[in-house]
Ligand binder design. Structure first.
Ligand code: NAD
Length: 506
Protein backbone atom coordinates (compact mmCIF):
# COMPACT_ATOMS: atom_id res chain seq x y z
CA UNK A 1 0.00 0.00 0.00
CA UNK A 2 1.22 3.50 -0.81
CA UNK A 3 1.98 5.61 2.27
CA UNK A 4 -1.00 7.95 2.26
CA UNK A 5 0.34 9.88 5.24
CA UNK A 6 3.29 10.97 3.11
CA UNK A 7 1.22 12.04 0.13
CA UNK A 8 3.08 14.93 -1.42
CA UNK A 9 1.75 18.48 -1.26
CA UNK A 10 -1.29 17.33 0.63
CA UNK A 11 -2.80 16.26 -2.69
CA UNK A 12 -5.62 14.30 -1.10
CA UNK A 13 -8.36 15.48 -3.41
CA UNK A 14 -9.17 13.07 -6.20
CA UNK A 15 -11.08 14.31 -9.22
CA UNK A 16 -11.21 12.80 -12.69
CA UNK A 17 -8.43 10.34 -11.85
CA UNK A 18 -5.93 12.99 -10.69
CA UNK A 19 -4.59 13.59 -7.19
CA UNK A 20 -4.79 17.31 -6.50
CA UNK A 21 -4.17 19.87 -3.81
CA UNK A 22 -7.10 22.04 -2.76
CA UNK A 23 -7.85 25.02 -5.01
CA UNK A 24 -7.38 27.42 -2.10
CA UNK A 25 -4.12 25.75 -1.07
CA UNK A 26 -5.36 25.40 2.50
CA UNK A 27 -4.37 22.30 4.47
CA UNK A 28 -5.35 20.54 7.69
CA UNK A 29 -3.30 18.50 10.10
CA UNK A 30 -4.72 15.12 11.04
CA UNK A 31 -4.20 14.41 14.73
CA UNK A 32 -3.64 11.10 16.48
CA UNK A 33 -6.29 11.15 19.25
CA UNK A 34 -3.94 9.21 21.55
CA UNK A 35 -1.52 12.14 21.88
CA UNK A 36 -3.07 15.00 19.88
CA UNK A 37 -0.01 15.11 17.62
CA UNK A 38 -0.33 15.49 13.84
CA UNK A 39 0.64 12.43 11.80
CA UNK A 40 -0.58 13.57 8.37
CA UNK A 41 -1.57 16.68 6.46
CA UNK A 42 -4.42 16.79 3.97
CA UNK A 43 -5.91 19.34 1.62
CA UNK A 44 -8.64 21.40 3.21
CA UNK A 45 -11.07 21.39 0.30
CA UNK A 46 -13.92 23.83 -0.10
CA UNK A 47 -16.99 24.41 -2.30
CA UNK A 48 -14.87 24.88 -5.45
CA UNK A 49 -13.15 21.54 -4.90
CA UNK A 50 -16.55 19.94 -4.44
CA UNK A 51 -17.68 21.42 -7.76
CA UNK A 52 -14.59 20.18 -9.55
CA UNK A 53 -15.14 16.66 -8.22
CA UNK A 54 -18.86 16.68 -9.10
CA UNK A 55 -17.99 17.79 -12.65
CA UNK A 56 -15.58 14.85 -12.96
CA UNK A 57 -18.15 12.40 -11.61
CA UNK A 58 -20.84 13.85 -13.93
CA UNK A 59 -18.55 13.53 -16.95
CA UNK A 60 -17.68 9.93 -16.05
CA UNK A 61 -21.33 9.03 -15.57
CA UNK A 62 -22.67 10.73 -18.70
CA UNK A 63 -19.84 9.82 -21.06
CA UNK A 64 -17.68 7.15 -19.40
CA UNK A 65 -17.85 3.35 -19.60
CA UNK A 66 -18.71 2.48 -16.01
CA UNK A 67 -22.54 2.71 -16.03
CA UNK A 68 -22.61 0.40 -19.07
CA UNK A 69 -19.85 -1.97 -17.98
CA UNK A 70 -21.25 -5.53 -17.84
CA UNK A 71 -22.33 -6.53 -14.37
CA UNK A 72 -19.86 -9.43 -14.28
CA UNK A 73 -16.97 -7.00 -14.87
CA UNK A 74 -18.21 -4.60 -12.22
CA UNK A 75 -18.50 -7.48 -9.77
CA UNK A 76 -14.99 -8.66 -10.66
CA UNK A 77 -13.61 -5.20 -9.93
CA UNK A 78 -15.29 -5.12 -6.54
CA UNK A 79 -13.78 -8.52 -5.73
CA UNK A 80 -10.32 -7.28 -6.78
CA UNK A 81 -10.79 -4.30 -4.46
CA UNK A 82 -11.67 -6.73 -1.63
CA UNK A 83 -8.49 -8.71 -2.32
CA UNK A 84 -6.39 -5.52 -2.21
CA UNK A 85 -8.01 -4.53 1.09
CA UNK A 86 -7.05 -7.91 2.52
CA UNK A 87 -3.53 -7.52 1.12
CA UNK A 88 -3.18 -4.14 2.90
CA UNK A 89 -5.09 -5.16 6.04
CA UNK A 90 -2.23 -4.49 8.45
CA UNK A 91 -1.38 -1.01 7.16
CA UNK A 92 -5.02 -0.01 6.81
CA UNK A 93 -5.90 -1.34 10.27
CA UNK A 94 -3.03 0.68 11.74
CA UNK A 95 -4.05 3.78 9.81
CA UNK A 96 -7.64 3.45 11.02
CA UNK A 97 -6.35 3.13 14.58
CA UNK A 98 -4.31 6.33 14.31
CA UNK A 99 -7.09 8.21 12.55
CA UNK A 100 -9.99 7.25 14.81
CA UNK A 101 -8.21 6.21 18.02
CA UNK A 102 -9.50 2.64 18.03
CA UNK A 103 -7.28 -0.33 18.87
CA UNK A 104 -5.34 -1.80 15.97
CA UNK A 105 -7.26 -5.05 16.37
CA UNK A 106 -10.53 -3.15 15.95
CA UNK A 107 -8.98 -1.44 12.92
CA UNK A 108 -8.11 -4.82 11.39
CA UNK A 109 -11.62 -6.14 12.03
CA UNK A 110 -13.02 -3.03 10.34
CA UNK A 111 -10.92 -3.76 7.25
CA UNK A 112 -12.20 -7.35 7.14
CA UNK A 113 -15.74 -6.00 7.30
CA UNK A 114 -14.97 -3.50 4.52
CA UNK A 115 -13.71 -6.34 2.29
CA UNK A 116 -16.84 -8.35 3.16
CA UNK A 117 -19.05 -5.45 2.05
CA UNK A 118 -17.28 -5.30 -1.33
CA UNK A 119 -17.65 -9.06 -1.79
CA UNK A 120 -21.27 -9.06 -0.69
CA UNK A 121 -22.35 -6.42 -3.20
CA UNK A 122 -20.29 -8.08 -5.94
CA UNK A 123 -22.11 -11.37 -5.32
CA UNK A 124 -25.49 -9.67 -5.06
CA UNK A 125 -25.33 -7.94 -8.45
CA UNK A 126 -23.66 -10.90 -10.15
CA UNK A 127 -26.52 -13.20 -9.12
CA UNK A 128 -29.32 -10.89 -10.21
CA UNK A 129 -31.65 -11.33 -13.17
CA UNK A 130 -31.18 -8.43 -15.61
CA UNK A 131 -34.80 -7.31 -15.33
CA UNK A 132 -38.31 -8.36 -14.32
CA UNK A 133 -40.67 -9.22 -17.15
CA UNK A 134 -44.19 -8.00 -16.49
CA UNK A 135 -47.23 -9.77 -17.97
CA UNK A 136 -48.96 -6.98 -19.89
CA UNK A 137 -51.85 -9.24 -20.90
CA UNK A 138 -51.04 -9.27 -24.63
CA UNK A 139 -48.55 -11.21 -26.74
CA UNK A 140 -47.92 -7.95 -28.65
CA UNK A 141 -46.53 -6.19 -25.60
CA UNK A 142 -43.13 -6.81 -24.09
CA UNK A 143 -42.88 -5.14 -20.72
CA UNK A 144 -39.84 -5.27 -18.48
CA UNK A 145 -38.70 -3.43 -15.35
CA UNK A 146 -34.97 -2.79 -15.20
CA UNK A 147 -32.85 -1.14 -12.53
CA UNK A 148 -30.41 1.50 -13.62
CA UNK A 149 -27.77 3.46 -11.72
CA UNK A 150 -29.13 6.63 -10.17
CA UNK A 151 -26.22 8.76 -11.45
CA UNK A 152 -23.74 10.89 -9.50
CA UNK A 153 -23.76 10.04 -5.80
CA UNK A 154 -22.50 12.29 -3.00
CA UNK A 155 -21.36 10.15 -0.09
CA UNK A 156 -20.74 11.85 3.26
CA UNK A 157 -19.28 9.82 6.12
CA UNK A 158 -18.49 10.15 9.86
CA UNK A 159 -15.34 9.59 11.92
CA UNK A 160 -16.22 6.62 14.10
CA UNK A 161 -15.97 3.87 11.46
CA UNK A 162 -14.39 5.89 8.66
CA UNK A 163 -13.71 3.16 6.11
CA UNK A 164 -16.54 0.83 7.10
CA UNK A 165 -19.18 3.52 6.69
CA UNK A 166 -17.58 4.55 3.40
CA UNK A 167 -17.67 0.96 2.11
CA UNK A 168 -21.39 0.55 2.89
CA UNK A 169 -21.93 3.37 0.39
CA UNK A 170 -19.10 2.94 -2.13
CA UNK A 171 -19.56 -0.80 -2.72
CA UNK A 172 -23.29 -0.67 -3.62
CA UNK A 173 -22.86 2.60 -5.52
CA UNK A 174 -20.20 0.99 -7.73
CA UNK A 175 -22.00 -2.34 -8.00
CA UNK A 176 -25.03 -0.49 -9.37
CA UNK A 177 -22.92 1.42 -11.93
CA UNK A 178 -22.84 4.90 -10.41
CA UNK A 179 -20.05 7.42 -10.14
CA UNK A 180 -19.49 9.20 -6.85
CA UNK A 181 -17.82 11.93 -4.84
CA UNK A 182 -17.02 10.96 -1.28
CA UNK A 183 -16.40 13.39 1.55
CA UNK A 184 -14.97 11.64 4.58
CA UNK A 185 -15.05 13.24 8.01
CA UNK A 186 -12.52 16.06 8.06
CA UNK A 187 -10.83 14.55 11.12
CA UNK A 188 -10.46 10.95 9.87
CA UNK A 189 -9.94 10.98 6.08
CA UNK A 190 -6.80 8.84 5.74
CA UNK A 191 -8.18 5.35 5.07
CA UNK A 192 -10.69 6.75 2.59
CA UNK A 193 -7.80 8.33 0.68
CA UNK A 194 -6.12 4.90 0.72
CA UNK A 195 -9.27 3.16 -0.53
CA UNK A 196 -9.56 5.50 -3.51
CA UNK A 197 -5.99 4.55 -4.41
CA UNK A 198 -6.87 0.86 -4.13
CA UNK A 199 -9.90 1.28 -6.39
CA UNK A 200 -7.67 2.81 -9.06
CA UNK A 201 -5.25 -0.09 -8.62
CA UNK A 202 -8.17 -2.49 -9.01
CA UNK A 203 -8.84 -0.91 -12.43
CA UNK A 204 -11.72 1.50 -11.81
CA UNK A 205 -11.89 3.98 -14.71
CA UNK A 206 -10.84 7.58 -13.99
CA UNK A 207 -13.63 9.88 -12.80
CA UNK A 208 -15.79 7.13 -11.29
CA UNK A 209 -14.41 7.52 -7.74
CA UNK A 210 -13.78 11.08 -6.60
CA UNK A 211 -12.85 12.35 -3.16
CA UNK A 212 -12.82 15.74 -1.49
CA UNK A 213 -11.26 16.15 1.94
CA UNK A 214 -12.63 19.08 3.89
CA UNK A 215 -15.33 20.29 6.26
CA UNK A 216 -19.01 19.48 6.25
CA UNK A 217 -20.38 23.01 6.20
CA UNK A 218 -18.50 23.80 2.98
CA UNK A 219 -17.70 20.64 0.99
CA UNK A 220 -20.54 18.52 2.40
CA UNK A 221 -23.13 21.26 2.08
CA UNK A 222 -22.16 22.00 -1.53
CA UNK A 223 -22.36 18.32 -2.46
CA UNK A 224 -25.79 18.00 -0.86
CA UNK A 225 -27.26 20.97 -2.73
CA UNK A 226 -25.43 20.52 -6.05
CA UNK A 227 -27.85 20.23 -9.00
CA UNK A 228 -25.60 17.73 -10.80
CA UNK A 229 -25.70 15.31 -7.87
CA UNK A 230 -28.53 12.76 -8.16
CA UNK A 231 -28.31 11.17 -4.73
CA UNK A 232 -26.82 12.06 -1.38
CA UNK A 233 -26.14 9.35 1.15
CA UNK A 234 -25.16 10.70 4.54
CA UNK A 235 -24.03 9.02 7.74
CA UNK A 236 -23.56 11.23 10.76
CA UNK A 237 -25.41 13.09 13.48
CA UNK A 238 -29.04 14.19 13.50
CA UNK A 239 -28.26 17.92 13.31
CA UNK A 240 -26.01 17.60 10.24
CA UNK A 241 -28.36 15.06 8.64
CA UNK A 242 -31.25 17.48 8.93
CA UNK A 243 -29.19 20.16 7.19
CA UNK A 244 -28.26 17.73 4.41
CA UNK A 245 -31.93 16.88 3.83
CA UNK A 246 -32.78 20.60 3.69
CA UNK A 247 -29.92 21.36 1.29
CA UNK A 248 -30.96 18.47 -0.97
CA UNK A 249 -34.67 19.30 -1.06
CA UNK A 250 -34.72 22.07 -3.72
CA UNK A 251 -33.17 19.75 -6.32
CA UNK A 252 -35.38 16.78 -5.30
CA UNK A 253 -32.46 14.40 -5.29
CA UNK A 254 -32.64 11.03 -3.57
CA UNK A 255 -31.59 11.27 0.07
CA UNK A 256 -30.50 8.48 2.41
CA UNK A 257 -29.72 9.32 6.03
CA UNK A 258 -28.03 7.08 8.59
CA UNK A 259 -28.15 9.06 11.80
CA UNK A 260 -27.65 8.60 15.50
CA UNK A 261 -29.11 6.28 18.08
CA UNK A 262 -29.95 6.03 21.77
CA UNK A 263 -30.05 2.31 21.92
CA UNK A 264 -31.73 0.32 24.71
CA UNK A 265 -30.25 -2.87 26.10
CA UNK A 266 -33.12 -4.56 27.97
CA UNK A 267 -32.12 -7.25 30.49
CA UNK A 268 -34.78 -9.44 32.10
CA UNK A 269 -33.99 -11.16 35.39
CA UNK A 270 -34.49 -14.64 33.91
CA UNK A 271 -31.49 -14.07 31.60
CA UNK A 272 -29.33 -13.86 34.73
CA UNK A 273 -30.84 -16.81 36.61
CA UNK A 274 -27.68 -18.89 36.15
CA UNK A 275 -24.10 -17.75 36.78
CA UNK A 276 -23.30 -18.29 33.11
CA UNK A 277 -26.31 -16.26 32.01
CA UNK A 278 -25.43 -13.44 34.41
CA UNK A 279 -21.81 -13.38 33.27
CA UNK A 280 -22.83 -13.32 29.59
CA UNK A 281 -25.39 -10.54 30.01
CA UNK A 282 -22.96 -8.37 32.01
CA UNK A 283 -20.10 -9.00 29.61
CA UNK A 284 -22.22 -8.11 26.60
CA UNK A 285 -23.63 -5.02 28.29
CA UNK A 286 -20.05 -3.89 28.87
CA UNK A 287 -19.18 -4.51 25.24
CA UNK A 288 -22.39 -2.88 24.02
CA UNK A 289 -21.61 0.34 25.89
CA UNK A 290 -17.84 0.69 25.84
CA UNK A 291 -16.35 -0.78 22.68
CA UNK A 292 -14.57 2.01 20.76
CA UNK A 293 -15.18 4.17 23.85
CA UNK A 294 -18.90 4.13 23.11
CA UNK A 295 -18.43 6.01 19.83
CA UNK A 296 -20.70 3.60 18.00
CA UNK A 297 -24.04 4.59 16.48
CA UNK A 298 -25.60 1.38 17.80
CA UNK A 299 -23.90 1.50 21.23
CA UNK A 300 -26.02 0.04 24.01
CA UNK A 301 -25.89 3.31 25.91
CA UNK A 302 -29.12 2.73 27.86
CA UNK A 303 -29.13 -0.28 30.15
CA UNK A 304 -32.76 -1.06 31.05
CA UNK A 305 -32.54 -3.78 33.66
CA UNK A 306 -35.23 -5.58 35.69
CA UNK A 307 -35.31 -4.03 39.13
CA UNK A 308 -34.86 -7.30 41.07
CA UNK A 309 -31.34 -7.84 39.63
CA UNK A 310 -30.25 -4.23 39.25
CA UNK A 311 -27.93 -3.94 42.26
CA UNK A 312 -25.94 -7.07 41.50
CA UNK A 313 -25.86 -6.39 37.76
CA UNK A 314 -24.69 -2.80 38.06
CA UNK A 315 -22.10 -3.63 40.72
CA UNK A 316 -20.51 -6.28 38.50
CA UNK A 317 -20.71 -4.07 35.43
CA UNK A 318 -18.98 -1.19 37.23
CA UNK A 319 -16.33 -3.54 38.65
CA UNK A 320 -15.47 -4.74 35.16
CA UNK A 321 -15.71 -1.27 33.59
CA UNK A 322 -13.07 -0.02 36.08
CA UNK A 323 -10.69 -2.69 34.78
CA UNK A 324 -10.92 -1.76 31.08
CA UNK A 325 -7.39 -0.98 29.91
CA UNK A 326 -7.39 2.45 28.31
CA UNK A 327 -4.53 3.55 26.14
CA UNK A 328 -3.10 4.28 22.74
CA UNK A 329 -4.81 2.00 20.22
CA UNK A 330 -1.47 0.82 18.87
CA UNK A 331 -0.13 -0.33 22.27
CA UNK A 332 -0.12 -3.99 23.30
CA UNK A 333 -2.87 -5.11 25.64
CA UNK A 334 -4.92 -1.94 25.34
CA UNK A 335 -8.66 -2.67 25.24
CA UNK A 336 -10.05 0.79 24.56
CA UNK A 337 -8.62 3.84 22.86
CA UNK A 338 -9.22 7.54 23.43
CA UNK A 339 -12.15 9.62 22.25
CA UNK A 340 -11.67 11.00 18.77
CA UNK A 341 -11.19 14.66 19.70
CA UNK A 342 -11.03 17.16 22.51
CA UNK A 343 -14.44 18.39 21.39
CA UNK A 344 -15.93 14.92 21.79
CA UNK A 345 -14.42 14.50 25.26
CA UNK A 346 -15.73 17.92 26.32
CA UNK A 347 -19.19 16.84 25.15
CA UNK A 348 -19.01 13.68 27.29
CA UNK A 349 -17.86 15.68 30.30
CA UNK A 350 -20.78 18.08 29.91
CA UNK A 351 -23.26 15.16 29.79
CA UNK A 352 -21.78 13.61 32.93
CA UNK A 353 -22.06 16.94 34.75
CA UNK A 354 -25.67 17.39 33.64
CA UNK A 355 -26.57 13.81 34.66
CA UNK A 356 -25.11 14.25 38.13
CA UNK A 357 -26.92 17.57 38.51
CA UNK A 358 -30.15 15.79 37.57
CA UNK A 359 -29.65 13.13 40.24
CA UNK A 360 -27.77 10.27 38.55
CA UNK A 361 -25.49 8.19 40.79
CA UNK A 362 -21.94 7.67 39.57
CA UNK A 363 -20.89 3.99 39.87
CA UNK A 364 -17.55 4.29 38.09
CA UNK A 365 -15.57 6.60 35.81
CA UNK A 366 -16.78 10.15 35.45
CA UNK A 367 -13.30 11.56 34.89
CA UNK A 368 -10.17 11.54 32.78
CA UNK A 369 -7.79 8.71 33.67
CA UNK A 370 -4.34 9.26 35.13
CA UNK A 371 -1.75 9.52 32.36
CA UNK A 372 0.45 6.46 31.91
CA UNK A 373 3.05 4.90 29.67
CA UNK A 374 0.55 4.14 26.88
CA UNK A 375 -1.73 7.00 27.85
CA UNK A 376 -0.17 10.40 27.16
CA UNK A 377 -1.68 13.29 29.06
CA UNK A 378 -2.33 15.04 25.76
CA UNK A 379 -4.55 12.16 24.51
CA UNK A 380 -8.35 12.44 24.63
CA UNK A 381 -8.95 9.66 27.14
CA UNK A 382 -12.02 9.33 29.35
CA UNK A 383 -12.88 6.55 31.79
CA UNK A 384 -15.77 4.18 31.09
CA UNK A 385 -18.60 5.65 33.12
CA UNK A 386 -21.70 4.03 34.61
CA UNK A 387 -24.50 6.33 35.77
CA UNK A 388 -27.11 4.62 37.92
CA UNK A 389 -30.58 5.81 38.99
CA UNK A 390 -31.30 7.45 35.67
CA UNK A 391 -34.78 8.18 34.35
CA UNK A 392 -36.27 9.01 31.01
CA UNK A 393 -36.62 12.76 31.57
CA UNK A 394 -32.86 13.22 31.95
CA UNK A 395 -30.95 14.87 29.12
CA UNK A 396 -28.31 12.13 29.28
CA UNK A 397 -30.98 9.49 28.69
CA UNK A 398 -32.70 11.34 25.87
CA UNK A 399 -29.75 12.59 23.79
CA UNK A 400 -27.01 10.71 21.99
CA UNK A 401 -23.73 11.21 23.88
CA UNK A 402 -21.41 9.15 21.68
CA UNK A 403 -18.89 8.38 24.38
CA UNK A 404 -18.10 5.83 27.13
CA UNK A 405 -21.20 6.61 29.11
CA UNK A 406 -23.81 4.06 30.20
CA UNK A 407 -27.05 5.08 31.90
CA UNK A 408 -29.05 2.63 34.02
CA UNK A 409 -32.85 2.57 34.22
CA UNK A 410 -35.03 -0.13 35.79
CA UNK A 411 -38.39 -1.75 35.07
CA UNK A 412 -40.76 -4.16 36.82
CA UNK A 413 -42.97 -5.45 34.00
CA UNK A 414 -42.56 -6.45 30.38
CA UNK A 415 -44.88 -3.61 29.41
CA UNK A 416 -42.72 -1.09 31.23
CA UNK A 417 -39.55 -2.48 29.63
CA UNK A 418 -41.00 -1.99 26.13
CA UNK A 419 -42.25 1.48 26.99
CA UNK A 420 -38.83 2.59 28.20
CA UNK A 421 -36.99 0.99 25.28
CA UNK A 422 -39.20 2.77 22.76
CA UNK A 423 -39.14 6.10 24.57
CA UNK A 424 -36.61 7.77 22.29
CA UNK A 425 -36.81 9.92 19.20
CA UNK A 426 -34.25 7.58 17.66
CA UNK A 427 -34.76 3.97 16.59
CA UNK A 428 -31.51 2.51 15.35
CA UNK A 429 -30.93 -0.65 17.39
CA UNK A 430 -31.82 -2.40 20.62
CA UNK A 431 -31.44 -5.69 22.43
CA UNK A 432 -33.46 -7.93 24.71
CA UNK A 433 -31.98 -10.49 27.08
CA UNK A 434 -34.24 -13.31 28.27
CA UNK A 435 -34.34 -17.10 28.33
CA UNK A 436 -38.10 -17.07 27.65
CA UNK A 437 -38.53 -17.46 23.87
CA UNK A 438 -42.09 -16.14 23.91
CA UNK A 439 -41.07 -13.02 25.78
CA UNK A 440 -38.10 -12.56 23.47
CA UNK A 441 -40.30 -12.65 20.38
CA UNK A 442 -42.99 -10.44 21.92
CA UNK A 443 -40.56 -7.75 23.02
CA UNK A 444 -38.51 -7.89 19.79
CA UNK A 445 -41.73 -7.52 17.83
CA UNK A 446 -42.68 -4.38 19.73
CA UNK A 447 -39.32 -2.58 19.66
CA UNK A 448 -39.37 0.32 17.20
CA UNK A 449 -35.74 -0.03 16.12
CA UNK A 450 -34.11 -0.96 12.81
CA UNK A 451 -32.07 -3.80 14.32
CA UNK A 452 -33.13 -5.91 17.29
CA UNK A 453 -30.79 -8.39 18.93
CA UNK A 454 -32.07 -11.21 21.11
CA UNK A 455 -29.43 -12.40 23.58
CA UNK A 456 -26.65 -10.62 21.72
CA UNK A 457 -25.44 -7.12 20.97
CA UNK A 458 -23.70 -5.45 18.03
CA UNK A 459 -23.37 -8.10 15.32
CA UNK A 460 -24.55 -7.11 11.88
CA UNK A 461 -24.57 -9.04 8.62
CA UNK A 462 -23.86 -7.53 5.20
CA UNK A 463 -26.84 -9.51 3.89
CA UNK A 464 -29.22 -7.85 6.36
CA UNK A 465 -30.47 -4.29 6.05
CA UNK A 466 -29.07 -1.72 8.49
CA UNK A 467 -30.81 1.55 9.30
CA UNK A 468 -33.12 3.31 11.65
CA UNK A 469 -36.71 4.02 12.56
CA UNK A 470 -37.69 7.53 13.63
CA UNK A 471 -34.92 10.11 13.64
CA UNK A 472 -32.24 7.50 13.18
CA UNK A 473 -32.70 8.08 9.50
CA UNK A 474 -34.31 7.21 6.22
CA UNK A 475 -33.38 4.43 3.85
CA UNK A 476 -31.24 1.39 4.51
CA UNK A 477 -27.65 0.30 3.99
CA UNK A 478 -26.50 -3.28 3.36
CA UNK A 479 -28.76 -6.08 2.14
CA UNK A 480 -30.76 -5.85 -1.10
CA UNK A 481 -32.33 -2.56 0.06
CA UNK A 482 -28.82 -1.12 0.46
CA UNK A 483 -28.26 -1.75 -3.25
CA UNK A 484 -31.71 -0.50 -4.24
CA UNK A 485 -30.85 2.93 -2.75
CA UNK A 486 -28.39 3.41 -5.61
CA UNK A 487 -30.80 2.58 -8.41
CA UNK A 488 -33.72 3.91 -10.33
CA UNK A 489 -36.43 1.53 -11.54
CA UNK A 490 -37.31 1.92 -15.20
CA UNK A 491 -40.31 0.33 -16.90
CA UNK A 492 -39.65 -0.39 -20.58
CA UNK A 493 -42.90 -1.09 -22.42
CA UNK A 494 -42.53 -2.25 -25.99
CA UNK A 495 -45.43 -2.53 -28.40
CA UNK A 496 -44.54 -5.18 -30.98
CA UNK A 497 -47.58 -4.44 -33.17
CA UNK A 498 -48.26 -0.70 -32.98
CA UNK A 499 -51.57 0.60 -34.41
CA UNK A 500 -53.30 4.00 -34.36
CA UNK A 501 -55.26 4.69 -31.17
CA UNK A 502 -58.02 6.78 -32.91
CA UNK A 503 -58.97 8.58 -29.73
CA UNK A 504 -59.20 11.76 -31.76
CA UNK A 505 -61.55 11.47 -34.69
CA UNK A 506 -60.12 14.23 -36.96
P1 NAD B 1 -21.37 14.73 11.94
O1 NAD B 1 -22.82 14.84 11.63
O2 NAD B 1 -20.74 15.80 12.70
O3 NAD B 1 -20.52 14.58 10.61
C1 NAD B 1 -20.75 13.54 9.68
C2 NAD B 1 -20.26 13.98 8.33
O4 NAD B 1 -21.10 15.04 7.87
C3 NAD B 1 -18.85 14.55 8.33
O5 NAD B 1 -18.20 14.17 7.14
C4 NAD B 1 -19.09 16.04 8.37
O6 NAD B 1 -18.03 16.80 7.84
C5 NAD B 1 -20.33 16.16 7.50
N1 NAD B 1 -21.14 17.35 7.73
C6 NAD B 1 -21.26 18.08 8.84
N2 NAD B 1 -22.11 19.11 8.63
C7 NAD B 1 -22.55 19.01 7.36
C8 NAD B 1 -23.44 19.77 6.55
N3 NAD B 1 -24.06 20.86 7.01
N4 NAD B 1 -23.65 19.38 5.28
C9 NAD B 1 -23.05 18.27 4.79
N5 NAD B 1 -22.18 17.52 5.50
C10 NAD B 1 -21.94 17.88 6.78
O7 NAD B 1 -21.20 13.30 12.63
P2 NAD B 1 -19.87 12.71 13.25
O8 NAD B 1 -19.65 13.42 14.55
O9 NAD B 1 -18.80 12.66 12.24
O10 NAD B 1 -20.31 11.19 13.52
C11 NAD B 1 -21.01 10.79 14.63
C12 NAD B 1 -22.47 10.62 14.29
O11 NAD B 1 -22.63 9.69 13.24
C13 NAD B 1 -23.25 10.05 15.46
O12 NAD B 1 -24.46 10.73 15.59
C14 NAD B 1 -23.50 8.61 15.05
O13 NAD B 1 -24.60 8.01 15.64
C15 NAD B 1 -23.64 8.74 13.57
N6 NAD B 1 -23.40 7.46 12.91
C16 NAD B 1 -24.50 6.76 12.43
C17 NAD B 1 -24.32 5.52 11.84
C18 NAD B 1 -25.49 4.73 11.33
O14 NAD B 1 -25.27 3.70 10.72
N7 NAD B 1 -26.72 5.15 11.55
C19 NAD B 1 -23.02 5.00 11.72
C20 NAD B 1 -21.95 5.74 12.21
C21 NAD B 1 -22.15 6.97 12.80
Amino acid sequence: MADTTARQAQATIHAGGEWLAGISGATREILDPADARPFAVVAEGDEKDAERAVAAARQAFDHGPWPHTPVAERAALLRRAADLLVRDREELGLLESRDAGKTVEEGRIDIDCVADAFRYFADLVAAEAPGRVVDAGSPDIHSVVVHEPVGVCALITPWNYPLLQASWKIAPALAAGNTFVIKPSEITPMTTVALIELLAEAGLPAGVANLVTGPGHTVGARLAEHPDVDLVSFTGGLASGTKVAQAAAPTVKKVALELGGKNPNVVFADACATEEGFDTAVDQALNAAFIHSGQVCSAGARLIVEESIRDRFVAELARRARKIRLGRGTADGVECGPLVSEQQRAKVEAYVASALAEGAVLRCGGKRPEPGEDRPESGYFYEPTVLDACHREMKVVREEVFGPLLTVETFRTEEEAVLLANDTEYGLAGAVWTTDPGKARRVAGRLRHGTVWINDFHPYLPQAEWGGFGRSGTGRELGPAGLAEYREAKHVYQNLAPKPVRWFAG
